[in-house]
Design a protein around this ligand. Structure first.
Ligand code: 1HE
Length: 268
């Protein structure tokens, strides 16, 4: 059961608890295409900093309306006429939110539709699983807007599609959609229906894994990717030592040994 007090008091995020501790987190400013203003980013920091402690089993991250997220709130940024130091601190709060997402240990499935652009793509890239549908399109319009990335695209988008494809996206404003986008790695799933339906199915499934196992998958792998191979192997042994001997796993292992657990079969 998710801590109910934790789910209260959010203005920009709509939070809805489902079965198995799944929480649907919806960016809720469709009239501005869910552009990321300061308050939204602060609420993302708050939610993802506390989600594990609050016993959130998995998150579906979505946007209200036709678009997932239009990126940085360009109007707020223009009106604020920020100094370099001010904007550096804005970016650091984005990183705080997105790092809490990637390293926080709670599985995040992004349900992508419509525009996933600029900071919206940076937000999506901090999720562990991305589901797109036929309305979804990806772009980095920063080059055309006279700005640069600031929310981790240089790291995570490069990681997903390769440095030179990311450079091309921001340099030329190239838009990716459909099968080509999925083939490049911008999403792991491309579905015919609504991305939300598949994201909910996936979240429900992963929320039934043991929480410590999910914590390791959604935290340790990212940390290990930042290490040398030698150090990552050592860290993997340590994490494996803890997770693979957890008492809660014994019943699952016993079910396999007793031939009552489901076997792994190819898809029909
Ligand atoms: C916004 C924003 C925004 C919409 N900041 N207000 N991101 C971009 O360059 C993408 C900018 N947005 C768009 O290209 C389009 O709005 C969309 C393709 C996402 C949607 O188009 P559409 O026709 O449905 O909506 P619209 O008429 O363009 O916008 C509707 C309203 O949302 C309008 O406000 P209104 O008060 O005039 O009704 C828009 O101003 C508002 N809106 N997008 C602020 N982004 C840490 S660095 C990250 C750097 C970046 O993210 S750069 C990429 C910025």
């Amino acid at each position: 059961m998710v801590d109910q007090a934790f789910l209260q008091g959010f203005e920009r995020l709509d939070l809805e608890e489902r079965d198995n501790g799944v929480v649907v987190v919806t960016l809720n400013r469709p009239e501005k295409r869910n552009a990321l203003d300061v308050l939204t980013v602060e609420e993302l920091v708050r939610f993802f900093s506390g989600a594990h402690q609050a016993k959130v089993g998995a998150v579906v991250l979505a946007g209200a309306g036709d678009h997932f997220c239009a990126g940085l709130d360009l109007v707020e940024h223009w009106k604020a006429d920020r100094s370099p130091a001010d904007f550096m601190h804005v970016c650091l709060r984005w990183h705080e939110a997105f790092n809490k997402m990637e390293y926080g240990g709670v599985p995040i499935i992004a349900a992508l539709k419509g525009a996933v652009v600029g900071g919206g793509l940076e937000l999506a890239s901090a999720a562990h699983v991305r589901v797109m549908d036929n309305t979804t399109y990806f772009a980095l319009p920063e080059g055309q807007r006279g700005i640069f990335t600031g929310g981790g695209a240089t790291i995570r988008v490069s990681d997903m599609i390769g440095k030179y494809r990311m450079i091309d996206m921001i340099l030329t404003g190239r838009v990716y959609q459909g099968q080509e986008a999925a083939d490049l790695g911008l999403a792991q799933y491309l579905v015919e229906g609504a991305s939300m339906d598949r994201a909910l199915e996936l979240a429900d499934k992963v929320a039934q894994n043991l929480p410590l196992t999910n914590f390791a998958i959604c935290s340790a792998i990212s940390h290990m990717n930042n290490m040398s191979g030698l150090d990552a192997a050592y860290a993997e042994a340590m994490v494996g030592g803890i997770v693979n001997t957890q008492p809660a796993a014994r019943a699952r292992l016993e079910a396999f040994a007793n031939k009552t657990a489901a076997r792994v079969r190819p898809n029909e």
